[in-house]
Design a protein around this ligand. Structure first.
Ligand code: WAQ
Ligand code: MG
Ligand code: MG
Ligand code: MG
Length: 263
């Protein structure tokens, strides 16, 4: 809920457990909603499906409204697959349609499946993968690149709830992933994204790109697997890596329009 005439604050949480990243979440809210938003984010960290947070950090920052980039959510499609192997094969095929080579797609799928951090666990942020070479490009391979400072406008949030509800999709995982995907696709140099959750019971993931929109794939990992992650595929030609990381980590992005939600 974000009235357009008020000051905007970025409220961000990230939590750790057993010496590793557990979860993070964030909103853009008016001043009157900072406390309630912080409480909701703290509650989430304490009730995470992978265990209770052992430590968490909260950050609240006033946002410069002049610098806000406005955008639109991608269209949503769902493809039902019989198991995660077919899901991954489909993901590779879809990524091919987004300008990602099969070598790069396979590399990202295999790396996320094995746990993208060097210790085999999930990363706090995303991998950056060359769409042609399949080379990993993020400056810190243990941490990855964390996308922050994005949300929906009040109106878009309402429309999105109404558009998702008939398909049983009005849940926080879908809303947050759509907002993140919208910002990532708006980033200079990004051609596609691949994602699946680190929640052991959340098997649905997605491939997103400008041409196909946000394509949900009902199974991208086996049940019980706590390894999840994200790969952002980038066009290596004329890539401004520093500029891209800056955009992903700092540019304030507000989706004030939604896309079409297909059954
Ligand atoms: N920036 C970069 N990477 C992130 C971020 C972020 N803000 N948030 C999460 N990640 C990475 C990190 O490695 C997590 O382990 C991984 O993504 C998965 O995050 O349509 O719930 O929050 O049904 O577990 C997608 C499908 C759900 C939703 C994704 O991801 C649908 C999900 P999670
Ligand atoms: Mg999340
Ligand atoms: Mg782009
Ligand atoms: Mg998660």
């Amino acid at each position: 809920f974000l009235p357009m005439d008020e000051a905007i604050y970025s409220v961000r949480m990230h939590a750790q457990r057993a010496g590793a990243h557990l979860c993070g979440a964030e909103r853009l809210v008016p001043q009157a909603r900072i406390e309630e938003t912080a409480a909701t984010l703290v509650r989430r960290a304490l009730a995470h499906p992978r265990g209770r947070a052992e430590g968490l950090r909260l950050a609240v920052d006033l946002v410069d409204k002049e610098g806000v980039l406005h955008g639109r959510l991608p269209d949503v499609t769902t493809v039902r697959v019989g198991d995660f192997c077919s899901g991954r094969a489909l993901a590779a095929q879809l990524l091919g349609g987004c300008g990602v080579t099969q070598a790069a797609a396979r590399f990202a799928l295999d790396t996320l499946a094995a746990g993208a951090a060097p210790d085999g666990r999930s990363m706090r942020g995303a991998m950056l993968v060359g769409a042609h070479s399949g080379r990993r490009l993020e400056p810190d391979a243990a941490r990855g690149v964390r996308v922050t400072r994005m949300d929906l406008s009040a109106r878009a949030e309402q429309s999105l709830g109404a558009a998702l509800a008939p398909y049983g999709l009005d849940r926080v995982q879908v809303r947050e992933a759509l907002v993140l995907a919208a910002k990532v696709l708006a980033a200079p140099g990004v051609v596609a994204e691949l994602c699946w959750s680190d929640d052991p019971d959340y098997l649905t993931g997605y491939v997103a790109c400008a041409e196909l929109g946000y394509v949900r794939i009902t199974e991208l990992k086996p049940r019980g697997d706590e390894r999840g992650g994200r790969a952002f595929f980038v066009d290596e030609r004329n890539l401004d890596l520093q500029g891209l990381c800056n955009f992903l980590e700092r540019q304030v992005f507000l989706a004030d329009d939604i896309g079409t939600v297909h059954p």
